[in-house]
Design a binder for this molecule. Sequence first.
Ligand code: AHR
Length: 504
Amino acid sequence: MTVNTPKAKMILDKSFKISEIDPKIYGSFIEQLGRAVYGGIYEPSHATADEHGFRQDVIELVKELQVPIIRYPGGNMVSAYNWENGVGPKDLRPKRLELAWRSLETNEVGTNEFATWAKKVNAEVMMAVNLGTRGIDAARNLVEYCNHPGGTYWSDLRKEHGYKDPHQIKVWCLGNEMDGPWQIGMKTAYEYGRLAAETAKAMKLVDPSIELVSCGSSGSGMATFPEWEAETLDHTYEYSDYISLHQYYGNKENDTANYLASTLDMDNFIKTVIATCDYMKAKKRSKKTMYLSFDEWNVWFHSNDQDKQVEPWTSGPPLLEDIYTFEDALLVGSMLNTLLKHSDRVKMACMAQLVNVIAPIMTETGGGIWKQTIFYPYYYTSVYGRGTALHSIVDSPKYDSKDFTDVPYLDQSVIYNEENNELVIFAVNRHLDQPLIVDVDISSFEGYQLVEHIVLKNDNPKAINTIGNEQIKPHNSDQSYIESGTLVAELPKLSWNMIRLKKQ
Ligand code: AHR
């Protein structure tokens, strides 16, 4: 540290509450795409496979992440999916051309297998229905198949297939990215709004206890954003409980300072969706608040070129296998901070995805397993970011980048877990060359002691993890201390940090 080391200040107070954090904010996503299922969660010939063909090494790492809810089966894939092909005796299931990713879908894994796997990893299923090539009928039948106890055609068929008890799937997505020209059965806002509303009505008649997510825009850059939200919500406001947001970032221009500022866009995206939902609430004189489901978020760009070389019509092809760098882990940490700072409205979110496909967990088909760089911020935030999110007053030095102005070097979120007497600060130092000294006023947290300061740091923003060689892994830092009601933390240049305090 020198006299010129940049300094930031934070003021925390127990009463500066944003919201109780819904654990579903730490959800994830498995699409029947690439090696997420085949060669990822499911590989009957693998040395660790259980009686259902699920890799137990994968199950263990997913459990480590404490993922509460997992979206399935797509993604783009769901928009041409016939769910009936994926249930019943495996030897009778048809092989189909999977059009979204131009792969071969063997249907060995379908609804029942996924529900079984989700239980093994202690997660709920968030099920998406096909509103691309299909509609009301296929969706209401699937709810009946999954959730009705018995005594009807579809619920008895589930029993016949070996699943006596209903899966009780609570959260359902009304299609996927229906505004996207790449989507099979893409719709205009009017077409989608009407179809989603009528499908929602029928699904809730089958099971009134379910919650529904209607499709928002596929990203903040869509030309129809946020008019899509306004027009579709005009039709669906009464029936849906959440609206979805999807967003991926990438450092295509190799400009780290600008890349790490991408969460300013994410923050603005969330604020605009909230404003649009609240406009619709006012327009409809409704008492209901629409919540946000940020059900696809991550970094995605490394694999774009290599995916163009992948042979079509094969089962479990290596698609979207981004190998993440250290700077990607920093951005993922900041994306989690952004979600937490909006936890009063963002009640669900899914890191897209979970295994092999733009994922924190990678496997070798027939081989081992390893943690990508992005595994760590996701792990620590999911495990320790439970409780109440707090506002903090922050004064940080700032910088300008190509696309953003006034980017704070300090990016943070603060969690107060009253039950455990724990205070947790997640912080990213975006500075490329200098550490940041942060003085945190914690006088409202009398008697709290420092438990640990965990750091991810590396001199090389492009450092990666590979099987057997984790360049990016957590370290303990001794660069923080508490003095007269102030926590003084030194965040290394370009670093992700978790500082955990506890009162015994
Ligand atoms: O997660 C990968 C893809 O990204 C999903 O299939 C789609 O919904 C989005 O465009």
